[in-house]
Design a protein around this ligand. Structure first.
Ligand SMILES: [Zn+2]
Length: 477
C-alpha cells in the first residue's frame, strides 16, 4: 500500500512520493492571530495534525511548519480599533491558540514563523521579482505582481486568465474569486500602519508586505524552494494559494508544491458559520462550557477532510459517548485478569487485521472517518472475544492493547481524554483521603456521610466503584 493524496491542482488522487526519500516537507497556512480561532479553523488544524501524526506513524521524518499571521489587513484594522500595536494585539492570541491546540492534542510542529520576523527576507524576495520582470513599483507606492508575466497563473483554481485586463490592480489581501488582477506584494504605509507599528523601510519607501507574499517567503525560507505538501482551508485556494504559486515559481524558477490539500468548510447546526446566524462558535467557548476536548477532537475528525461535516451539540454528545466506549475498552483491557494457560482468543489476529485496515484507511487520502470505523469494529470484536473467553493470555491482551495505542498515536483520542482526566498529586491525595473517610463512615453505618462523600467526588468527575478489594475510583470527565 502507498499513501495516496488528493491534489487540488490536478483534482485527482495521486501516489505520494516525497522529493527527498524519507523526509516530508509540509507547510500549513496557520491562523491570523487577532481573535480566537473558531471551530471551523480547528477542523483544518486537526487535519494538519492527522497529516503530521500519520506521516510520522508511517516512518517519515516530518518537517512541518505552520505560520502565524501577525500582520495583514485584518490584523491592522483590529489593532487600530483596539489602540494597540500589531504585536500587542497578536501575541496574546498566539499564546491562546497554542494552548488550545495543545488541549486538543495537536502536536507541536517544527516552527511557527511570524510574518513580522521575516520582513527583510520579504523585501529581498520582492526585489528578486522586480529584477526578474515579474513585479513593478506603481505610482501608489506599492509593488505589484504582474500576472501577465506568469503564463501559468490560474492553474490551481483553474481560472481562465485570457480575459484579464493587463495592468488592472488590486491592493486588498482578499478579493473576489475569478478576479485575476495584479496583486500587491508590498503596500505603501498608511498613517494607520505607522500608528500600529506595521511599517518598515524598503527600496520603495515605507510599507508592509501583502499577506500572500508572507506565506511564500516563510515557507521557502523554512523548508526550501519546493514543498511536498501545502495545506489550508478551501477558502485559501484563490487568491491566496494561486498567488503563492505565482510569486514562488516566478522567483525561484522551480515547482513550488507537489501536493495541494484543502479542507472543506465546517457547517455548524446545518449552516455555514456566521456571526449573524448565531452559530459562530470558538473552541474557547466550548472548552469554557466544560465540553470534553477529546469529544471535540473526535467530532472534528469524524468526517473525511474533503467531505461535509456538520457540527451540532447533539453530535458532540454522540462523540462523548463514542469516546467513553473507547475509554471503557482501554480500562477493560488493562484490568483484565490474564491467564497464560487460557485458550487462544484470536486477539493477536484481530489486532493485526485492525492495524492493516487502519493503514489502508489512512493511506486512502487520510480517511479518518474510515480509520475511526476500523477502531470501533476492533473494539466490538475484542469485546466479544473477551466476553466469550473470560480470560486471555497476557501476550494476547498486550497485542490488543498495543494495536489500540498504535492507532491512537494517530487519532489521539485516548491521549487527549486521558490527559484531560489526569489529576495532579494533590488531587489524587484528596480523593484518597475522602475514600478513607468514606470507608470509615461505612464501617460505622453512617451512610449519610458515605453518600455525601460519593456525591461530592462525583461532582468533581470522580466515580467510585466498591468491590471485594475495597473502593476503586476513576475520572470520567
Ligand atoms: Zn498562507
Amino acid at each position: 500500500m502507498t499513501l495516496r493524496v488528493h491534489n487540488t491542482a490536478t483534482r485527482s488522487l495521486q501516489d505520494f512520493e516525497p522529493l527527498e526519500p524519507g523526509t516530508v516537507r509540509v507547510y500549513g497556512c496557520g491562523p491570523t492571530i487577532y481573535n480566537h480561532a473558531h471551530i471551523g479553523n480547528f477542523r483544518t488544524f486537526l487535519f494538519f495534525d492527522l497529516v503530521h501524526r500519520y506521516l510520522a506513524w508511517s516512518g517519515y521524518n516530518v518537517r512541518f511548519v505552520m505560520n502565524l499571521t501577525d500582520v495583514d489587513d485584518k490584523v491592522i484594522a483590529s489593532a487600530v480599533e483596539s489602540g494597540m500595536t500589531v504585536t500587542e494585539k497578536t501575541e496574546p492570541f498566539a499564546v491562546v491558540f497554542l494552548e488550545d491546540s495543545r488541549t486538543l492534542g495537536i502536536r507541536p510542529v517544527e516552527s511557527y514563523p511570524r510574518a513580522t520576523d521575516y520582513i527583510q527576507k520579504m523585501v529581498d524576495f520582492v526585489q528578486r521579482l522586480v529584477d526578474g520582470g515579474h513585479a513593478y513599483p506603481a505610482d501608489d507606492g506599492a509593488v505589484y505582481f504582474s500576472i501577465a508575466s506568469f503564463a501559468e497563473y490560474g492553474k490551481l483554481k483553474g481560472i481562465d486568465t485570457t480575459t484579464l485586463k493587463v495592468g488592472a490592480r488590486v491592493s486588498h489581501d482578499e478579493y473576489d474569486k475569478e478576479d485575476a488582477r495584479d496583486f500587491a506584494l508590498w503596500k505603501a504605509a498608511t498613517p494607520e500602519d505607522e500608528q500600529v507599528g506595521a511599517a518598515w523601510d524598503s527600496p520603495w519607501g515605507r510599507g508592509r508586505p501583502g499577506w500572500h507574499l508572507e506565506c511564500s517567503v516563510m515557507s521557502t525560507s523554512e523548508l526550501g524552494d519546493s514543498l511536498d505538501m501545502h495545506l489550508g482551508g478551501e477558502d485559501l485556494v484563490f487568491p491566496h494559494h494561486e498567488n503563492e504559486i505565482a510569486q514562488s515559481e516566478a522567483a525561484t524558477g522551480r515547482p513550488f508544491v507537489r501536493n495541494w490539500m484543502h479542507v472543506k468548510h465546517l457547517f455548524v447546526e446545518g449552516r455555514k458559520m456566521s456571526k449573524s446566524f448565531g452559530n459562530f462558535i470558538t473552541l474557547r467557548e466550548l472548552l469554557d462550557e466544560g465540553h470534553d476536548p477529546a469529544a471535540i477532537r473526535h467530532l472534528l475528525i469524524s468526517s473525511h477532510y474533503r467531505g461535509d461535516l456538520n457540527f451540532t451539540r447533539q453530535g458532540l454528545e454522540a462523540s462523548g459517548a463514542a469516546l467513553q466506549r473507547l475509554l471503557d475498552f482501554e480500562s477493560r483491557l488493562k484490568e483484565i485478569v490474564t491467564d497464560d494457560a487460557a485458550a487462544s482468543s484470536g486477539l493477536p489476529e484481530a489486532a493485526s487485521q485492525a492495524l492493516e485496515s487502519f493503514r489502508a484507511a489512512m493511506d486512502n487520502d487520510f480517511n479518518s472517518a474510515d480509520a475511526l470505523a476500523v477502531v470501533f469494529v476492533f473494539v466490538n470484536t475484542v469485546n466479544a472475544a473477551l466476553d466469550e473467553h473470560g480470560t486471555v493470555a497476557e501476550s494476547d491482551r498486550d497485542a490488543a492493547l498495543d494495536a489500540l495505542h498504535s492507532m491512537d498515536a494517530v487519532l489521539a483520542l485516548l491521549e487527549v481524554a486521558n490527559a484531560s482526566r489526569a489529576l495532579d498529586d494533590d488531587q489524587v491525595a484528596y480523593v484518597e483521603q475522602k475514600i478513607q473517610e468514606r470507608t470509615a463512615a461505612r464501617a460505622n453505618k453512617d451512610f449519610a456521610t458515605s453518600d455525601a462523600i460519593r456525591d461530592e467526588l462525583a461532582g468533581k468527575g470522580v466515580v467510585l466503584e466498591d468491590g471485594p478489594d475495597g473502593t476503586r475510583w476513576k475520572v470520567v470527565s
